[in-house]
Design a protein around this ligand. Structure first.
Ligand code: PLP
Length: 479
């Protein structure tokens, strides 16, 4: 039969064939990475084996707009994303440290530019090392596709610039990371995008701040540093009712603790600087379209404009082509390489971070000088039940505790010997910080309290050291 494939008339020597068969017959490179457009409309991947082609159909293969695969978490973490195939078959995805890539012909250049042919042009747009990381992360989240960014802040910015325009609003949880609150206040507000904060994690408080202009519900799967936990399923229902996606910053839970797709989250955002990179080696970010949202129903103008054609990948199309590429917050190949390696051991590290944090939280809870400990793994914690339901039985590596006042906190921090006085979390080393005098120094007392930060609070990122050594250091510093 005669088909139009990537804009060219071609004869396929078969009477009937599916899209999946056409991928094979046409020797399409990297079939896991390709999205297929049939007669101007993108197909769901699940339909590749069910849709039969007809004489005269027009088929386009589009790269870097989706893809995905399904295996056990640990298998996907080790093997996912690496497509191999250069002349030496390296065992680890190499660092393609180059700004641009040469093409054989002008026509090939045009095809790769348009996304019709698998290949690379310029590293701000796509790079093999970065693509491997995106594919691996997407495979871990079972998503429609992932986009890597220069930092967690760049990921949040890209997602929300994709979904909003001047006059739009975002309904957000109250206890967000300080940098995200400042991004909303210092940048989005200036461009006419207003953020309304829910008073608590009660889903009714989110409903109270949603209106006709709301374009997204924005939460953290475990708030940093409030360590409060939203009921994702309930928020997803509210999102569906209002045709707005739920965006969850899943930096603390990672794809290992939380199957965000299962709980109805639409887009997962990560500061990969933390657990995904591991060891605190570099800054990175990423976001994943988890495949739950029907983008033909979006109220976001830019995505709606392309949704009839791009359907499932409408959000990714706008996020990648209009926002990420134009704003330029791309990931360096070296950082993508570190993250590819980091993901391979994510599950092992998260297990140790979580069990160490649990032990330290239990120690602190019993200590007479400690007024309060916050850790979702503690049976008495107000978010323990929802954490148990949503996570895989682990509660990540961040905890907070309160002493009498700031002076006592400073004295404690200065007395630590092994534990580092350092911002960041997810490092292999245990880190402590006094949030009120650092990350939240520019916040009013009232805004800091909304974010869960008081003068008597210390945040701990529990590392991978032997737990006895961590506890011993805390014990001597509390004396
Ligand atoms: N989201 C959360 C929950 C964070 O804790 C952070 C940083 O600490 C960010 C986003 C920002 O990430 P990055 O520092 O990689 O830009």
């Amino acid at each position: 039969m005669k088909l139009k494939i990537n804009g060219k008339e071609e004869i396929v020597e078969k009477e009937s064939l599916t899209i999946a068969e056409l991928l094979v017959v046409n020797k399409v490179q990297m079939p896991d990475m390709v999205s297929v457009e049939l007669n101007g409309v993108i197909l769901d991947r699940k339909d590749f084996g069910a849709v039969f082609l007809k004489e005269g159909d027009a088929v386009e293969f589009l790269y870097f707009m989706g893809g995905g695969q399904e295996q056990d978490f640990q298998t996907r973490a080790v093997h996912g994303g690496y497509i191999g195939g250069d002349q030496f078959w390296p065992g680890t995805m190499p660092i393609y440290e180059t700004a641009a890539f040469a093409c054989a012909t002008a026509e090939e250049m045009a095809d790769i530019f348009s996304g019709r042919k698998y290949g690379y042009i310029y590293s701000r747009t796509a790079n093999p090392t970065v693509s491997a990381f995106e594919q691996k992360l997407n495979a871990l989240d079972n998503g429609r596709g992932a986009v890597a960014t220069a930092s967690g802040m760049a990921a949040i910015t890209t997602v929300l610039l994709t979904l909003t325009e001047s006059g739009d609003e975002i309904a957000a949880a109250g206890g967000l990371f300080g940098g995200t609150i400042l991004l909303f206040k210092d940048v989005f507000k200036k461009y006419g995008v207003n953020v309304r904060y829910a008073k608590s994690q009660d889903p009714a408080d989110f409903e109270a701040v949603i209106n006709e202009r709301t374009r997204a519900i924005y939460v953290e799967t475990i708030g940093n540093p409030k360590l409060d936990i939203p009921d994702l399923g309930a928020l997803s229902k509210i999102g569906r009712k209002n045709n707005i996606p739920v965006i969850a910053d899943a930096t603390l839970s990672t794809p290992y603790l939380l199957d965000a797709k299962k709980f109805g989250v639409d887009i997962a955002v990560y500061s990969t600087t933390k657990y995904i990179m591991g060891s605190g080696t570099a800054i990175g970010g990423a976001f994943v379209d988890l495949g739950n949202f029907d983008w033909t129903k979006t109220k976001s103008t830019a995505v709606k404009t392309v949704s009839a054609r791009l359907r499932d990948i409408a959000f990714l199309g706008v996020a990648r082509k209009q926002i990420a590429q134009n704003t330029g917050g791309c990931t360096a190949p070296f950082h993508a390489y570190l993250q590819n390696i980091g993901l391979e051991t994510l599950s092992l590290r998260l297990e140790r971070h979580s069990t160490n944090a649990q032990r330290l939280a239990e120690f602190l809870e019993k200590h007479p000088r400690v007024k309060r400990v916050s850790y979702p793994g503690l049976a008495g914690n107000e978010y323990h039940e929802i954490a148990k339901k949503q996570f895989n039985g682990l509660y990540s590596g961040l905890l907070t505790f309160n002493l009498d006042n700031r002076a006592e906190c400073f004295k404690f921090i200065d007395s630590l010997k092994l534990v580092k006085k350092m911002t960041n979390f997810g490092d292999a080393k245990t880190l402590v910080i006094h949030p009120k005098s650092t990350i939240y120094a520019d916040f009013s007392d009232e805004d800091a309290v909304l974010a869960g930060v008081t003068d008597d609070l210390i945040r701990v990122s529990v590392g991978l050291e032997g737990i006895n050594d961590i506890i011993a250091d805390f014990e001597q510093a509390l004396q």
